[in-house]
Write a protein that binds this ligand. Structure first.
Ligand SMILES: Nc1ncnc2c1ncn2[C@@H]1O[C@H](COP(=O)(O)OP(=O)(O)OP(=O)(O)O)[C@@H](O)[C@H]1O
Ligand SMILES: [Mg+2]
Length: 324
């Protein structure tokens, strides 16, 4: 649950990627993957990051971990500007910031035993005897629903769901404060989705970890997230308390996304909103609202006039000039 103490904060965070030029004399162009994102993630909460493919979710997550350097803006982790501290201090902070990936098989070295894989962060950190490492690994294996008998097996001996359990054990072995879960179940068989999500929620209760939870699946986000941000083409369009956003979505893009989820809700009388129009390019997005080309409410100046996030009710922010 959220307790309002801020663990991670971004201010005006922007990340651009240069586009390879076909000819040397061509003008330099950039993919504006993340633009001017200012959000706060509270200690102990599950913060959801939602939006369609390519909208900048993973880029934001990587910048929040210090893996991706921003072009502009800051990332504060426990109040420290992570792009403005010594390499040694960053190394210390890094043990508190971990990530689990979409595809566990690709993130686990097939030549390592389960013991070696899960103990590796302890080896890198140093200060543990081999026996201490083994005991900590066994304790962690039990927490993720595996056992001591699995210590000397290899990742390829396990199913996708079990491999994700191993990846979770490895990410949590140092008891990090912040865990990025980037689409943690989307590569797994549907039958194990609920198991892995329940495991993540149980571990959060036991360990108090703060999650940045990235997902395409709004039904899952609705179930597990305390607060969330909805991104469109690199910008946040709606942000705040998850219950308030689901109960009263205000940005036209959020409304369309949520109407697609409500479709499967048999009690819902609401119509599904189908978006029309071209998706703007992240290389040369409109200066104003990036959703304007698909927005059913757009007027002429939406393309040119900025729409900053405005608090329309406590803990609920919307970036649309026509929603107040
Ligand atoms: N290393 C890179 N070099 C160049 N462009 C990149 C790089 N990484 C991401 N991009 C571009 O930045 C934009 C955002 O990508 P990102 O991977 O953050 O999206 P995403 O929301 O995580 O998408 P998905 O849901 O498909 O994982 C995309 O247009 C992508 O093509
Ligand atoms: Mg991604």
């Amino acid at each position: 649950m959220s307790n309002k103490e801020i663990l991670l904060e971004t201010t005006g965070l922007s990340v651009n990627f240069p586009v390879k030029k076909a000819m040397p004399w061509q003008k330099s162009q950039y993919v504006q993957a993340v633009t001017d994102v200012s959000i706060q993630i509270h200690k102990g909460e599950t913060f959801g990051l939602v939006g369609e493919s390519g909208c900048g979710k993973s880029t934001f997550a990587n910048a929040s971990l210090g893996i991706q350097k921003p072009m502009d803006g800051q990332v504060f982790f426990k109040g420290e500007d992570i792009n403005n501290i010594s390499a040694n201090r960053m190394k210390e902070l890094r043990k508190d910031m971990q990530k689990i990936f979409q595809n566990p098989a690709a993130s686990l070295n097939p030549r390592f035993t389960i013991l070696d894989l899960i103990a590796e962060p302890l080896v890198i950190r140093g200060g543990y005897t081999a026996q201490e490492r083994k005991d900590l690994v066994i304790n962690m294996l039990n927490k993720v629903g595996l056992s001591e008998a699995d210590l000397y097996r290899y990742p390829t001996d396990f199913s996708g769901g079990q491999q994700q359990r191993i990846a979770i054990a490895r990410a949590l072995i140092l008891n990090p404060e912040y865990l990025v879960c980037d689409e943690p179940v989307s590569a797994l068989d549907v039958s194990v989705h609920a198991q892995i999500l329940n495991l993540l929620m149980d571990l959060q209760k036991q360990m108090g970890t703060t999650y940045l939870f990235i997902s395409h699946n709004l039904a899952v986000v609705k179930k597990i997230c305390d607060r969330l941000a909805i991104m469109y083409l690199g910008k946040v369009v709606e942000y705040g308390d998850a219950d308030k956003i689901f109960a009263n979505p205000r940005h036209p893009y959020t409304k369309a996304l949520i109407s697609a989820v409500l479709d499967i809700d048999v009690d819902s009388k609401k119509e599904r909103i189908t978006l029309k129009g071209d998706i703007s390019s992240p290389i040369d997005p409109p200066a104003g609202c990036r959703f304007c080309k698909r927005c059913p409410m757009a007027v002429a100046d939406c393309e040119t006039v900025e729409s900053p996030l405005v608090e329309i009710e406590p803990e609920h922010f919307v970036a649309c000039r026509y929603v107040r």
